[in-house]
Design a protein around this ligand. Structure first.
Ligand code: ZN
Length: 140
């Protein structure tokens, strides 16, 4: 039998650029879904945030943050900054992507040992950020 299940995670961020590890939350949602085989979509409904999968190592998280800050050129005079002050974050979201998809096999989310799941804040701090986690698949 086919099933679709979702939950919404609510986060808050405290810095302009910040990576928040949501791996355990996503894995618990997959467990609660009861879905045996299918896919798990992790989606950030925000134009200035993104979702990535990578290693949770402090130095690397700083490196990724540095890279995102540099490639989005947060100090540049982007046109969107004439009406809002976050063009770099929109560009980061557009390039990195708002969603990632993971396989679900045998009631477990499949990911590499060094693939934790992160929400990427690029326009913080924000009191509320949502991440929609949707699991679709068979329950038997
Ligand atoms: Zn904007």
């Amino acid at each position: 039998m086919f099933k679709v299940y979702h939950e919404v995670l609510t986060l808050s961020t405290v810095r302009q650029f910040q990576l928040i590890d949501i791996t355990k939350d996503v894995e618990k949602i997959v467990e609660r879904s009861g879905i045996k085989d299918g896919i798990c979509v992790v989606f950030a409904p925000h134009a200035t945030g993104a979702i990535i999968a990578n290693e949770n190592e402090a130095g690397l998280l700083d490196d990724i943050t540095t890279f995102v800050r540099e490639f989005t050129e947060s100090d540049r005079e982007w046109k969107h900054n004439r009406i809002d002050d976050n063009a770099h974050a929109h560009i980061g979201s557009a390039v990195i992507s708002s969603e990632r998809v993971f396989p679900v096999i045998g009631w477990r989310l499949v990911r590499g040992t060094w693939q934790n799941i992160f929400f990427v804040e690029m326009d913080g701090p924000r009191p509320y950020r949502n991440v929609v986690v949707m699991v679709l698949g068979s329950i038997s």
